[in-house]
Ligand binder design. Structure first.
Ligand code: HEM
Length: 127
């Protein structure tokens, strides 16, 4: 599940303001200046993940990605979101057989969020 969160974060940018003037990554920020961290960037950082553009569910799940942000604005709902995703995946694994894509998923061309509006699948239901 952690690899799904890393590879396709739901949101791309986080929106914040610098609370003090500071230098970071060779850039100067004035206090109060709006800034945005592109979450997809650190999630594909090669110094943190080997071969970061490869989807690999065998990665160490204890290395959390930037998907829920970090620091003072770390997502307050991340434990609930992780629990919901784990329960959903467990139900799908328990009750489906021969699960496969019936057609290519259709991604909406959004710059702020990863949004798929159609993902046709085929499976046999296992009670
Ligand atoms: C997959 C689901 C979710 C994702 C990817 C997500 C992602 C994020 C991210 C990236 C931020 C930081 C925004 C920033 O730095 O500007 C954030 C903040 C926050 N999230 Fe989530 N979130 C999810 C689900 C939830 C849920 C289920 C709740 C509540 C039940 C929640 C409540 C919050 C709150 C209250 C904040 C603001 C924290 C603060 O600024 O101190 N989130 N979330």
């Amino acid at each position: 599940m952690e690899e799904v969160l890393r590879y396709r974060p739901a949101f791309y940018p986080s929106g914040n303001k610098a609370n003090a003037s500071a230098e970071a990554a060779g850039l100067h920020f004035e206090a109060g200046e709006p800034l945005s961290i592109i979450i997809g960037g650190p999630n594909r950082d090669p110094s943190r993940y080997s071969d970061p553009d490869r989807f690999d569910i065998t990665r160490d799940p204890t290395i959390w990605s930037f998907t829920f942000s970090m620091g003072p604005h770390f997502c307050l709902g991340q434990a609930l979101a992780r629990a919901e995703l784990q329960e959903t995946a467990a139900v799908i694994a328990r009750h489906t057989r021969d699960l496969e894509l019936a057609a290519e998923p259709h991604w909406l061309p959004r710059v702020m969020v990863n949004h798929v509006d159609q993902c046709p699948i085929r499976y046999r239901y296992e009670p």
